[in-house]
Design a protein. Structure first.
Length: 220
């Protein structure tokens, strides 16, 4: 099995509110993207493609190992991953798509995703249970439904796919499609997506509090 990792790092990080693109924001002195590339490598993914904000290639090259391939991302995460996928080497047969914004993902999570792919699963995502009661509200904020919590999961990355299946699913999407993750892309193509246990440490850095939490974890 030859795995390629695609690290989606082309976002601006509006909710974090830094001057830098989020993937370049430092965690304990190192940019988030450097941590995330290390996480994939530690879990067993050697070949890495990073999608970067157009125009920021030099800044990313300066903080990443020289064998990491950099490609320009797009206006949405979906467009960025599509660009990364096109740059993966031809002999890769599985793809792991990872958010640059999940810097402290433990290698075990990556290894569990790889193991499920090696087992023949076409699509696999790490998930965690939902601990709060979770509800659906209408436009006025009134609760209209409360799905059974036992069946709810929070979805993380890296998400792993048979490369041909992921490529076909992306090819079948419209050019302006904008889905929040890659599991949604393959599900739109009718492919079943299985789950493996995620890890709280693979949490996404979205707002300033998440970065403070990650800093505290690194210090420990
Ligand atoms: N991403 C990307 N290309 C985009 C948008 C997002 O590669 N056009 C990446 C981000 O860099 C991030 C991951 O997708 O690593 C998850 O997205 P998110 O956490 O939403 O990051 P941002 O879009 O950068 O943040 P925000 O939504 O707050 O602006
Ligand atoms: Mg975003």
């Amino acid at each position: 099995m030859h795995a390629v990792g695609i690290v989606a790092a082309a976002g601006s990080g509006l909710r974090l509110g830094s001057d830098l693109p989020k993937a370049l924001v430092p965690l304990a002195g190192r940019p988030l993207v450097a941590w995330s590339v290390d996480a994939l490598r530690a879990g067993g993914v050697a070949e890495i493609v990073v999608t970067v904000p157009p125009g920021r290639r030099d800044a990313f090259a300066a903080v990443l190992p020289p064998d990491v391939r950099l490609v320009d991302g797009g206006a949405s995460r979906t467009a960025s991953v599509r660009a990364g996928l096109a740059a993966a080497s031809a002999d890769a047969d599985v793809v792991l798509v990872h958010d640059a914004a999940r810097p402290l993902t433990p290698p075990d999570v990556v290894a569990r995703v790889l193991a499920a792919l090696a087992d023949g699963q076409p699509a696999v995502v790490p998930t965690l249970p939902v601990v709060d009661t979770t509800v659906v509200v209408d436009d006025a904020g009134v609760i209209t439904d409360a799905p059974a919590r036992a069946h709810l999961r929070r979805v993380q990355t890296p998400q792993g796919f048979d490369r041909a299946i992921l490529a076909a699913a992306y090819a079948a999407l419209g050019p302006d499609a904008d889905l929040t993750d890659d599991a949604a892309v393959v599900r739109a193509a009718g492919i079943p997506v299985t789950t493996v246990p995620g890890d709280e440490r693979a949490a996404k850095v979205t707002v300033a509090h998440d970065l403070e939490t990650a800093e505290a974890r690194v210090r420990r």
